[in-house]
Design a protein around this ligand. Structure first.
Ligand SMILES: [Zn+2]
Length: 232
């Protein structure tokens, strides 16, 4: 299979950032998972409490499988928490539980970027499966229309990554605000909550950066920046 070193040069730094951010997220989660929250509440109890005071008694909470598999499912309106978060009583568990509830509140309030993100999910799935193949087949066959179709499909991935950013950052700032305001974490635990959530946010920034640079690489291969100088 053909590989272009220019691709690594272009996208490599963002991939390194993505790797570092993912290691940081796991590391910080583990570190603050050793620190019990002074109030003694579990992640599930914290999530239930925040949902109830936000008028979302009908949103369910279920345990999910796998570390950092936590998510909110807008179709079934269920917050799913990984075992460490669901039953855990650590600062990490509280941070992640409150973040996922943040998504449930966004859904309830029809938060604009979340609706856009839901709309973009099928585009991103299609794009991430097909864009590379279509682009390189088009390039190899010198069929520019096909290569541009690949670019268009990949633009769907970039769009998804970009609308994911405000959704994730907003869920974390809602989580912090509620945890502070309701006294669910004590002032000395705030640092841990922020560190865990900020590392997670960095993974989304890195993913967005990777997809933007990949799109720029595609455009470069099509000669958009250099007047068609490359045509191998
Ligand atoms: Zn999230």
């Amino acid at each position: 299979m053909y590989f272009d070193p220019a691709y690594l040069l272009f996208v490599g730094p963002a991939m390194v950032l993505a790797f570092v951010a993912s290691m940081m997220t796991k590391g910080r989660f583990k570190k603050w998972a050793q620190v019990p929250g002074a109030r003694g509440l579990s992640g599930a109890e914290t999530a239930r409490y925040i949902l109830d005071v936000s008028g979302l008694r009908d949103v369910g909470i279920e345990p999910s499988r796998g570390m950092l598999s936590d998510h909110y499912d807008p179709r079934t309106r269920v917050v799913r928490l990984s075992p460490e978060v669901y039953g855990g009583r650590s600062v990490s568990a509280l941070a992640v539980a409150a973040h996922e509830v943040g998504h449930a509140i966004q859904h309830h309030e029809n938060y604009g970027p979340m609706a856009l993100r839901t709309f973009a999910v099928p585009l991103a799935t299609l794009g991430s499966n097909l864009a590379y193949i279509i682009f390189f087949v088009g390039l190899a066959m010198q069929a520019m229309a096909v290569a541009w179709l690949g670019v268009l499909l990949f633009a769907g991935v970039v769009f998804f990554q970009l609308v994911t950013l405000p959704v994730e950052l907003d869920a974390s700032s809602r989580a912090k605000a509620i945890l502070w305001e309701r006294g669910l974490v004590l002032p000395q635990e705030r640092e841990g909550v922020s560190k865990v959530l900020n590392a997670a946010a960095l993974t989304y920034v890195a993913a967005a950066l990777t997809s933007i640079l990949t799109l720029l690489y595609f455009l470069m291969r099509l000669g958009v920046f250099g007047g068609g100088r490359r045509n191998d």
